[in-house]
Design a protein around this ligand. Sequence first.
Ligand code: GDP
Ligand code: MG
Length: 163
Amino acid sequence: MSNIVAIVGRPNVGKSTLYNRLTETRKAIVDDFSGVTRDRHYGVSEWTDHQFTVIDTGGYVANSADIFEAAIREQVEIAIEEASVILFMVDVTTGITDLDDEIATMLRKSKKPVFVVVNKLDNNALLSDATEFYSLGLGEIYSISSMTGSGTGELLDEVVKHF
Ligand code: GDP
Ligand code: MG
């Protein structure tokens, strides 16, 4: 399949929660590889007649803090290589961290479409906090709650335009 959406970002921002929401009731593509591949989950999703593969990155086999950051960078590099669209997920409850800045720098250099997905907007009270993520320099931001699903339809409407 050629439509590939990769979800990248630092740990705990909600990548797997979104992945599960997008791929639930559909079969995961089980693979059997080692190393960095084992850190990636592939699933099938669809939106308005578009089928696509979703990649959740960052199960993170390694524990050490250094390897951990290197693993995240590696996942971002692979996403830049293989994805049609990259969802860069950040967390409104923590704001921008150093690691977010580092990932943003990598993504700004890529030619792939990147969507800044501001997660954990469970209610409108946090909506104004999300605007700080414009300073990542990656254009429009998409405010969602992976938990409730709010905002994900508007995000996917834009994502499928790139297929
Ligand atoms: P990952 O490490 O990026 O894959 O993040 P997870 O999907 O494992 O989520 C990390 C934590 O954030 C979990 O405790 C989730 O329940 C929580 N979480 C994920 N999405 C949301 C959300 O939209 N709102 C809130 N309040 N919590 C969320
Ligand atoms: Mg995860």
